[in-house]
Design a protein around this ligand. Structure first.
Ligand SMILES: [Mn+2]
Length: 508
């Protein structure tokens, strides 16, 4: 029976809520900060802090543990309030009452610091964060998830840094709390970046940070993962968050780009650590990608100038004509003007030079042989180096890119200068085509350049063999053979005019 209950709770919350209900609310977690953090001295006189915890369908014991850790680990003189924002949870935890007895487990007097706001309908992550920020009265706001526990002395380094410079927006460093056993697994500090689809990812700091040889030092970051700490008023002056973002995703990247371009900066603070449950599944929707795509296109429209095509290509959409409703962006564009923000080029040059433009493309998307219109070229089993033909599903393993120099990538395109794409090669013998990291293929002088025009054959420039499809025992197979005039179509072709605009901007 307990097993069944535990499984039901896991399905509902995406973590082991059964175990959480049985762990002490004030459990000890290991101090995972860089060693030098414990030696640092912070001023007595620091700004006051409002902590905002947003949630949807969160286990009550998890929320209570978050509150308890904040109250125990934040100096009382600095903690102004804890604001819970419930984005219209469906289960009983959404309506847990705030009578004093709900907080009997807290230190005397601490319960009155806790306030709760419930959305009367579900408005999404961004609106939940904005609701908390608008209600806050402290000098500084820390906007966090509710499935967290803060570490010792987490607040002081944040408040001290904002006291020095109110225009920096900060992020603490997450540790991972495993969704099965709730054990804390330390993470090193990293910068928060993203790819051209605007999915967030960890990123190395800039070389200057490593040159300091002090991992307790703040590091500049292109963006945030979602949690953030800011001077409450400055956060408003710079446009808070884009309220036009729906449900999930993109708002963190929008904040990062905007803050950098409009007069602030983003820093990761390694001495401030927050243990965070990485859920098995997230609430809101089983598949968040359509929402992230919509929000990413919104970011591109407002902020990326002539570079917005990168986001469209990353989502395998036609350039300049994606047809997806991104809502009204006029207010955000006005904000950009009013704040006299720098062009996106400046962000690429100065903040995130590791982003690689998706340039020199002639065509991209699914690659289809006209005799087999339901089959797509696919990267094949991974790890592996043999591309195959597979029923079209149009996900990234079937995204192909044909470049001006004749390379043909299969299985997605990388967004960063440090990553390598996979190039189609003719091994020179046998009938199977190969797929190798392009830089390796180049070193080994594999035959990796192809002639291809929309609706024509795909022919290797060295071996003169063609990529073709033959009927195997049961299935059509991808082979290299003497050209018989088979015709291929790639999903999106980039016109000369669009290419011209892109390359001209790159020169500028
Ligand atoms: Mn989270």
């Amino acid at each position: 029976e307990e097993q069944k209950e535990a499984e039901d709770l896991f399905q509902r919350y995406g973590y082991n809520a059964f175990l959480s209900d049985r762990l002490p609310l004030n459990r000890d977690i290991p101090d995972t900060r860089p060693p030098r953090c414990a030696e640092k001295q912070y001023p007595e006189d620091l700004p006051s802090l409002s902590v905002i915890l947003i949630y949807l369908d969160e286990a009550l014991s998890v929320i209570k543990r978050a509150i308890r850790s904040i109250i125990d680990k934040t100096p009382a003189r600095l903690l102004r309030e804890i604001i819970l924002v419930d984005d219209h949870s469906s289960n009983a935890t959404g309506r847990f009452n705030l009578e004093p007895q709900s907080f009997m487990y807290l230190k005397k007097g601490a319960a009155r610091l806790v306030k709760k706001i419930r959305h009367s309908e579900q408005l999404g992550l961004t609106q939940a964060r904005l609701t908390g920020w608008k209600a806050a009265v402290g000098d500084v706001v820390a906007i966090l998830d509710a499935h967290i526990e803060v570490h010792v002395q987490w607040a002081e380094p944040l408040l001290a840094r904002i006291k020095e410079d109110r225009t920096v927006i900060l992020t603490p460093v997450f540790d991972k709390v495993d969704f099965d056993d709730l054990i804390v697994i330390p993470y090193m500090a990293n910068a928060d970046g993203f790819d051209w689809a605007l999915w967030c990812r960890y990123e190395a700091f800039r070389p200057e940070w490593y040159a300091l040889e002090d991992e307790s030092q703040p590091g500049k970051s292109p963006s945030v993962m979602g949690i953030l700490v800011a001077d409450r008023k400055f956060f408003g002056e710079i446009g808070s968050l884009d309220g036009g973002m729906k449900t999930y995703g993109g708002e963190n990247v929008e904040l990062g780009i905007r803050v950098w371009l409009c007069g602030g900066s983003i820093e990761v603070i390694p001495c401030s650590k927050v243990a965070h449950i990485e859920r098995f599944h997230k609430p809101y929707a089983p598949d968040l990608s359509a929402l992230v795509r919509r929000n990413a296109l919104r970011v591109a429209e407002v902020w990326m100038d002539d570079y917005k095509y990168n986001v469209e290509v990353a989502w395998n959409l036609p350039i300049g004509n994606h047809g997806i409703d991104i809502g009204d962006v006029s207010e955000r564009k006005k904000l950009r003007e009013r704040l006299k923000c720098k062009p996106f080029q400046w962000y690429l040059d100065n903040v995130y030079p590791m982003l690689e433009l998706l340039q020199d493309l002639l065509g991209y998307g699914a690659l289809i042989n006209d005799r087999w219109p339901a089959e797509c070229v696919d990267q094949g089993p991974a790890p592996g180096s043999t591309p195959i033909l597979y029923g079209c599903h149009f996900f990234s393993s079937q995204h192909c890119y044909y470049l001006t120099d004749g390379k043909l990538y299969i299985g997605g395109i990388q967004s960063h200068k440090y990553s390598s794409n996979n190039c189609l090669v003719d091994p020179g013998s046998g009938v199977s085509p190969g797929l190798y990291q392009c830089n390796l293929a180049q070193q080994k002088k594999l035959h990796m350049f192809w002639d291809f025009k929309q609706g024509g054959q795909i022919q290797n420039r060295d071996t003169k063999r063609c990529l073709e499809v033959v009927l195997g025992d049961l299935y059509p197979r991808l082979v290299l053979q003497q050209c018989s005039g088979q015709r291929w179509t790639i999903q999106h072709v980039i016109t000369a005019q669009k290419r011209h605009i892109n390359s001209e901007k790159q020169v500028l």
